[in-house]
Design a protein around this ligand. Structure first.
Ligand code: MG
Length: 502
C-alpha cells in the first residue's frame, strides 16, 4: 500500500472530487477538439471556465490547505506521500499567487488572440497579431512577477511546464548542443546521399487505407483498444480522461503519409505513459505524467527512436505496401530515407531530429529577450528570419512560414517550447539505459516480444511513477547522473552515419 499516513489519506479522499471535475473537463476538452459542433465552442469555453473556477476554489479551500501543511510536517512519509504534498503545494502556490482579475484578463486576451492569430496567419499579416502578442508578453511578465523567481522572470514561466528547470539550465543545455548539431547537419548536407525533396512526399494516399494502416501499426505497438481510442483532430493530441480511458488523435492529408504515421506513433507514446501509471495512484494528484519534457520524451521515443528505426521500418514495410500500393514502386531504402530525411525546413513541426532544435533555440532566445525587454515585438519577425538563416541557411519568405507558424504564443504559452527539445534529448537517455539493461534496441526490435520488453522497461522505470518524482529526480534515479545531452548525440551519430554514410 502506497498511502498509509492518515492525513495523506484524508487529503486524497478530498482530492477525488477535484480530480473527477478535472477529468470531466478533459473529456469536454477532447470533445471540443474533435467532434463537437462548431457553434458550441463558445458555450464550451464558458463551461470549462466555470469549472476551472470551481477547481481553484476547492484547491484553495482553507481546510484543505491546512491539511496539506499539517501533512508536510509528518515524519516518515514515503516517496509517494511526500509527492502528494509536493504536487499539491505547487498547485496551491500557482493558483493563490495569481489574482482572479489577472486570470480573467489572461483568459480573455488569449481567447481573442487565438482567433486573431489564426486570421493573421491566413492573411500572412503580422501587424494584425502584434498588438495581441505585445499584450501577452506584458501579461506573462506580470505573471512571472506574481509567481516569483530568483534570477530571471522566464524561470517562473519555464517552471510551469518543467518543474525545477530554469533559464540557466536551458541556456547551458542549448549552448552544449548547438555546435554538435550544426556539425552533424553540415556532415549530412555534404553527404552524397543528401536530398532536399523526396518523391514520396508527393504521393497521394487514400485516407481510409491510411486509417487502417495506422490501426495496424498501433496493433504492432500493443495498443490497447479497450482502454484507448484513435480519433481525428485538426492538430493531433493525447488526452487522459481516466486511467482506463486515454485517447489519442491523428490527422490525414491529401499526400505525404509520413505526417499521419508519425503523428499516430507520437501520440501513442504520450498515451502509453498515462496508461501505465500505477493503478494505486488513480484519482490522486500523482496520476499524471510529471512534466511536459518527460511526456515529450515518451512521444519522441516512440515516434523517432522506434518509429524511424530501420528494423522497425522493415517490420512495417509489407503492411505499408499493402495499404499504400504506390509504395510498390519504391525500394525499402527509399522508405527509410523518406522517414529519416534531414534538411532545413521553415516549419518546426515538419522538421527532422537534427534541425528541429534550432527552431526551439530560436524561440527560446526570442521569449527570453521579450521578457527582458531586449527585443521589441515589431523587431521580432526580422530577428526570426535572420537567425533562422544563421542556423539553417534559409530565410522565411513570409510570416506564415516564419513567426506566425505556431499557436503557442497566442495561447499565452511562453516557456513551453524548450521542453520539446529537452524531451527529445531525454529520449536518448532512456535509449542508452535500454541498450545497457536489455540489449541493443535494433536487436530487441527484431525479436517477437521486443516491443513488450521495451514497454516494460519504460513502465517500470518511468511510467508507473506518474508525478511521484520531479523531472530532475527521475532523471537522476534512472541515469545516476544529471541530465546530459551526450546519449542523444550518440544515437544521432550512430543512426545518421549509417543512413547518410557520414
Ligand atoms: Mg507531443
Amino acid at each position: 500500500m502506497k498511502f498509509r499516513n492518515k492525513l495523506i489519506k484524508e487529503i486524497l479522499e478530498r482530492y477525488k472530487t477535484i480530480d473527477s471535475i478535472q477529468r470531466l473537463c478533459a473529456l469536454a476538452a477532447w470533445d471540443l477538439n474533435t467532434y463537437m459542433p462548431q457553434k458550441a465552442a463558445e458555450d464550451r469555453g464558458l463551461i470549462l471556465g466555470k469549472a476551472e473556477v470551481l477547481i481553484k476554489k476547492l484547491i484553495l479551500d482553507k481546510d484543505f490547505i491546512k491539511l496539506i501543511n499539517k501533512a508536510e510536517k509528518e515524519k516518515n512519509l514515503n516517496d509517494y506521500e511526500k509527492a502528494v504534498v509536493r504536487v499539491l503545494k505547487r498547485r496551491i502556490k500557482i493558483l493563490s499567487k495569481l489574482p482572479d482579475k489577472f486570470i480573467e484578463e489572461f483568459n480573455d486576451i488569449t481567447n481573442k488572440a487565438q482567433i486573431v492569430w489564426k486570421r493573421a496567419k491566413e492573411n500572412n499579416n503580422f501587424k494584425e497579431f502584434s498588438p495581441y502578442l505585445e499584450k501577452i508578453v506584458n501579461l506573462t511578465r506580470k505573471q512571472a512577477d506574481y509567481l516569483g523567481y530568483k534570477e530571471h522572470p522566464y524561470d517562473a514561466l519555464i517552471d510551469l511546464y518543467e518543474e525545477g528547470w530554469t533559464t540557466k539550465d536551458f541556456e547551458n543545455f542549448f549552448e552544449k548542443i548547438k555546435d554538435n548539431l550544426k556539425k552533424i547537419f553540415e556532415d549530412i548536407k555534404n553527404s552524397k546521399n543528401y536530398i532536399e525533396k523526396h518523391p514520396l512526399e508527393n504521393e497521394k494516399y487514400d485516407k481510409e487505407n491510411m486509417e487502417k494502416l495506422n490501426y495496424e501499426i498501433l496493433k504492432i505497438l500493443n495498443f490497447d483498444n479497450t482502454r484507448s481510442r484513435l480519433d481525428i483532430a485538426p492538430h493531433p493530441f493525447e488526452e487522459s480522461i481516466s486511467l482506463n480511458d486515454v485517447r489519442i488523435t491523428t490527422w490525414y492529408h491529401e499526400k505525404d503519409f509520413r505526417r499521419s504515421l508519425t503523428a499516430t506513433i507520437h501520440e501513442f507514446g504520450h498515451s502509453l505513459y498515462e496508461l501505465n501509471i500505477d493503478p494505486e495512484l488513480r484519482f490522486t494528484p500523482l496520476q499524471r505524467g510529471v512534466s511536459y519534457g518527460v511526456h515529450e520524451s515518451q512521444s519522441r521515443f516512440w515516434e523517432n527512436i522506434i518509429g524511424r528505426n530501420v528494423v522497425f521500418l522493415n517490420r512495417i514495410w509489407p503492411i505499408c505496401k499493402k495499404y499504400l500500393p504506390f509504395l510498390k514502386k519504391y525500394k525499402f531504402y527509399d522508405f527509410v530515407i523518406y522517414l529519416n530525411i534531414v534538411r532545413p525546413e521553415y516549419i518546426r513541426v515538419e522538421s527532422d531530429e537534427v534541425t528541429y532544435h534550432f527552431h526551439i533555440i530560436l524561440r527560446f532566445e526570442i521569449e527570453k529577450m521579450f521578457l527582458e525587454g531586449r527585443l521589441k515585438i515589431k523587431e521580432a519577425p526580422e530577428f526570426w528570419n535572420e537567425n533562422l538563416k544563421l542556423y539553417l541557411g534559409i530565410k522565411p519568405k513570409n510570416y506564415k512560414e516564419g513567426i506566425l507558424q505556431d499557436i503557442h504564443w497566442s495561447m499565452g504559452a511562453i516557456g513551453y517550447f524548450p521542453t520539446y527539445s529537452l524531451g527529445t534529448f531525454l529520449s536518448g537517455i532512456w535509449l542508452e539505459k535500454i541498450n545497457e539493461k536489455i540489449g541493443d534496441i535494433s536487436k530487441i526490435l527484431g525479436k517477437k516480444d521486443g516491443i513488450i520488453l521495451i514497454q516494460n522497461w519504460l513502465k517500470e522505470n518511468i511510467h508507473r511513477y506518474g508525478s511521484t518524482y520531479t523531472p530532475k529526480e527521475l532523471i537522476y534515479k534512472i541515469y545516476k547522473k544529471e541530465f546530459d545531452p551526450t546519449p542523444y548525440f550518440n544515437y544521432l551519430k550512430a543512426k545518421y552515419s549509417k543512413i547518410y554514410k557520414i
